[in-house]
Write a protein of this length. Structure first.
Length: 137
């Protein structure tokens, strides 16, 4: 049976030294599938530590970068649902979709923080916000 955990494990085993290249506001970021595996595991553990439970929904307002890729693995590994919010939605549509989905956590790219500031007070279910940005350690 091939599930998200097996796909991640396979990437680490067979392609661990292969490079992933991502373009960010800070330039090109490069790391390997082995690095991604470790980061995804840490992110999944962090989600569990903040009390995220199986079936919870986690929203992302993010560009197509390595950070978003990691969310696509870490969130399902915890038994949660990743709810990717369309960056092209209006503020009203974003608020509606996040509230309708009852997202508990919101991951947002740093350049989207001005949008967050406009809609924050209207978000009913969001308990934690993670701003993604900067170079990775």
């Amino acid at each position: 049976m091939l599930n998200i955990r097996h796909i991640l494990e396979r990437a680490r085993l067979y392609f661990g030294k292969k490079e992933i290249v991502s373009r960010t506001d800070f330039g090109i970021y490069r790391y390997t599938y082995g690095d991604m595996y470790r980061r995804v595991c840490r992110l999944a553990n962090a989600l569990n530590m903040i009390g995220i439970k199986k079936g919870d929904r986690i929203a992302s307002i993010a560009w197509n970068t390595h950070r978003h890729l990691e969310l696509h693995f870490a969130v399902p590994m915890t038994g949660c649902v990743l709810h990717t919010v369309n960056l092209r939605y209006t503020s009203e549509e974003i608020v509606y979709t996040i509230n309708k989905a009852r997202d508990r956590v919101l991951f947002i790219d740093q350049d989207q923080v001005p949008l967050l500031k406009k809609i924050y007070e209207e978000l009913d279910s969001v308990e934690a916000i993670v701003v993604m940005g900067g170079w990775e350690a």
